[in-house]
Design a protein around this ligand. Structure first.
Ligand code: NAD
Length: 334
């Protein structure tokens, strides 16, 4: 049985205006903010000031992917209960995708679900992870293996949070903006094919690509899979290097290049796209020469438990803005 997801708004706004948006959807005076140590050290006072109409408590977790784990999930739940969270209270995910995924899953499951708000603070979380309702944690067996589809009540985006983000984390988000352009908005792709300063119009365009796909396929059975462009090999690369050497955005950048390489081989993707996209990703320093090729990771892909019996569901590009889902056999990717 599928339960339709609730509708919510994604609002671009300054932090000092967040109070009024939260008040419009929430009538209690306590907010339970989950964040990580980096975001807390930069923004504790600003957030307290901005949300001064509320009693704000903070649950602070260590930064990084290691926190998206079962022991941290239990720790956060215990902390929230100790701080007095009740079923009608609001959880606020303040941070990047790690905080958003973990806090969203806590919200989805504690007391069988309490409302939550996403306040993304990395570029990746603004254009990608805070949108679409996927929440979850990692297991030793792999990433995102336990989770729930659970939508926030609102997503509040203030791009000023990006001022404290490191250049590498910023570029990590650019990879998803470039991907959004490649799969769904040629104009956006053309705007970001060389380094520029992104503004809210670029973010909105990237979000709209994801939103359209999520709205038409909320539970990831069909079109939403287009968002996985570059991710089959990207995930294999991240895993191959134990999630330490490459950021997600860097890994999927190599993954996009490999998907184009495979598309070229199968005569689905025009040959010229290889150099075009390689030039874009290189100029943003997301990839560097020599570009990793598929050969190194093919074994990881072939042994991936997520492959279905009929083959690999693979996203290829027929052109910029024209993705296709292909079921590939082993020989197609070798
Ligand atoms: N739910 C989804 O649909 C979805 C989609 C894509 C990715 N994800 C998940 O997102 C996670 C990655 O998210 P991420 O790239 O945002 O990483 P992250 O949450 O680990 O944040 C990256 C780093 O930036 C720091 N940081 C965050 N905001 C900051 C700010 N404003 N100033 C200074 N430092 C700041 C964090 O402390 C962290 O060290 C992965 O776990 C991935 O699986 C989820």
């Amino acid at each position: 049985m599928q339960i339709p997801m609730k509708k919510y708004h994604i609002v671009f706004e300054k932090l000092n205006q967040f109070n009024k948006h939260i008040k419009s959807i929430y009538s209690h005076d306590q907010l339970f903010v989950i964040t990580d140590e980096n975001v807390f050290s930069h923004y504790e006072n600003k957030v307290k000031k901005a949300l001064s109409d509320f009693n704000v408590s903070f649950t602070v977790i260590p930064p990084g992917e290691k926190s998206k784990a079962f022991d941290m999930y239990l720790h956060v739940i215990s902390d929230l209960i100790a701080k007095g969270l009740k079923r009608e209270h609001m959880i606020v995910a303040l941070g990047g995708g790690v905080v958003g995924d973990l806090a969203g899953f806590v919200a989805a499951s504690i007391y069988r679900g309490v409302p939550f708000i996403q306040i993304p603070t990395t570029l990746l979380s603004m254009v990608d992870s805070s949108i679409g309702g996927k929440t979850g944690i990692d297991l030793p067996e792999g990433k995102n293996l336990v989770g729930a589809f659970y939508s926030p009540k609102i997503v509040l985006i203030d791009m000023d949070f990006l001022q404290t983000l490191s250049p590498r984390e910023y570029r990590n988000g650019i990879a998803e903006v470039i991907k959004a352009g490649l799969i769904g908005n040629p104009t956006l792709y053309a705007q970001v094919r060389r380094p520029i300063e992104l503004n809210s119009m670029h973010l909105k365009a990237a979000i709209n690509v994801k939103k359209a796909l999520v709205d038409s396929d909320p539970f990831d059975k069909k079109e939403r899979m287009f968002l996985n462009f570059g991710h089959t090999f990207g995930h294999a690369i991240e895993k191959h290097f134990n999630y330490e050497r490459f950021k997600h955005g860097e890994a999927i950048s190599y993954g996009m290049i490999i998907a184009i390489e495979i598309g070229n081989k199968l005569n689905i993707t025009p040959a010229s796209l290889y150099d075009e996209v390689k030039g874009t990703l290189s100029s943003w320093q997301l990839i560097s020469d020599p570009v990793m090729t598929k050969d190194r990771f093919v074994t990881d892909i072939l042994t991936d438990k997520k492959n279905t019996a009929d083959g690999f569901h693979f996203i290829l590009l027929e052109a910029i803005g024209k993705p296709v889902i292909k079921i590939l056999q082993k020989d197609d990717i070798l």
